[in-house]
Design a protein around this ligand. Structure first.
Ligand SMILES: Nc1ncnc2c1ncn2[C@@H]1O[C@H](COP(=O)(O)OP(=O)(O)OP(=O)(O)O)[C@@H](O)[C@H]1O
Length: 344
């Protein structure tokens, strides 16, 4: 497995600047997740690494070698696309064996059989090896597509939303399996998603892309706890962070330039009997009962906003209760959405 380095990589398609001056270092054995909304430049970044696009500027290094001008087939990367692209006339076995039968990598049949069997077992499709690829469920087809990348031992795996076409249950299962497999193999992974749960649970580090620029890189915890912008704050976490105007909480001490406040549901506390003016008066609207906690939706008095507050399952609230809400860990942002230190 190898490290990946992008330096000053930019790519434009006609009027669209898809990625701008990307600096990115993925260490050997790291599971690096590129997270961002549609159009942020995630797929373009993967395609630049795979060699399916040429950068207008900058360089791509894999294992210390500058591959910027190298043909895709010579880069020794395995790419899994969003939609499974299997050979329908071949069996599952032959689909999995296909990359090993490439003239570029002649492999003895006995070795192919061992590898295909091992990967089929990892992905729990051993009993499907004799099936035609078309006689599989969507989830099984996507497992085969992932398996085709895993049978090889490339320097780098590139995965473009490989789980997005699957139903929620299968996505959960495969998320855990992929992470386990990546750890077992010690594989270097560059993985694209717009699903924050995938990013939070799978990544060693996350890079948040917005408008073709990397706006923050860090461990899931760092990015969650210390987002550099209000956009990044909104990208991670479920329920979504509560973002509102600083003017809505005038009694709470704030840095001078603060325009927007972000407070996560678990960083708000509801008081049923409080006369502390720093706690914002609000009214309960509705309660979502989850197994381990309740999400209480409250409206600050005199506003049309709704905040979501996480409360213990034992706490009892009812719609229309008059309450006060304490902000435990507010994050402050300036007019441009940039984070300001609470001490500023
Ligand atoms: N071949 C192309 N020709 C023209 N424009 C392109 C091409 N490929 C990508 N783009 C544009 O570049 C921008 C980035 O696209 P990209 O596919 O990398 O985004 P993404 O973050 O992967 O989005 P999604 O999550 O929707 O796949 C978009 O505005 C897209 O329309």
């Amino acid at each position: 497995m190898a490290e990946l380095r992008l330096t000053g990589v930019s790519k434009r398609f006609a009027a669209v600047q898809a990625v701008t001056d990307l600096q990115l270092h993925v260490s050997s054995g790291e599971f690096f997740v590129l997270l961002g909304p549609s159009g942020a430049g995630k797929t373009t970044t993967l395609r630049l690494v795979a060699g399916l696009e040429r950068p207008d500027a900058g360089h791509v290094h894999i294992a210390g070698q500058d591959v910027s001008a190298m043909a895709p087939a010579l880069r020794d990367v395995a790419f899994v696309f969003q939609q499974y692209s299997l050979y329908p006339h071949l069996s599952v076995y032959d689909n999995l064996a296909f990359p090993l039968r490439s003239p570029l990598r002649p492999t003895p049949e006995a070795r192919i059989r061992a590898k295909v069997t091992e990967v089929a077992r990892l992905l729990r499709i051993e009993d499907k090896l004799g099936n035609p690829a078309t006689r599989l469920s969507g989830g099984q087809m996507q497992r085969v597509a992932i398996g085709r990348a895993l049978v090889r031992d490339p320097q780098l795996y590139l995965m473009d939303e490989p789980l997005s076409s699957l139903d929620a249950r299968l996505r959960n299962d495969l998320r855990l399996e992929l992470k386990r497999i990546q750890q077992d193999l010690g594989a270097t992974m560059l993985y694209v998603t717009h699903d924050q749960t995938e990013a939070m649970t799978m990544a060693s580090r996350i890079g948040v892309l917005e408008g073709g620029r990397l706006v923050q890189v860090g461990t899931p915890r760092e990015v969650y706890e210390n987002p550099s912008t209000s956009h990044v704050a909104a990208r991670l976490g479920s329920p979504r962070i509560n973002l509102f105007a600083r003017a809505l909480v005038p009694a709470v001490a704030a840095p001078n330039d603060a325009v927007t406040v972000g407070v996560r549901a678990e960083h708000m506390r509801i008081h049923q009997h409080s006369d502390n003016d720093a706690h914002r008066a609000a009214r309960v609207r509705r309660i979502e009962r989850l197994s381990d906690r309740h999400l209480v939706h409250v409206a600050p008095e005199g506003s049309d906003q709704e905040w979501v507050v996480s409360a213990r399952a034992g706490d009892s609230f009812a719609p229309d209760d008059a309450v006060r809400v304490e902000l435990l860990q507010p994050l402050w942002f300036d007019a441009g959405g940039r984070r300001i230190d609470a001490a500023a």
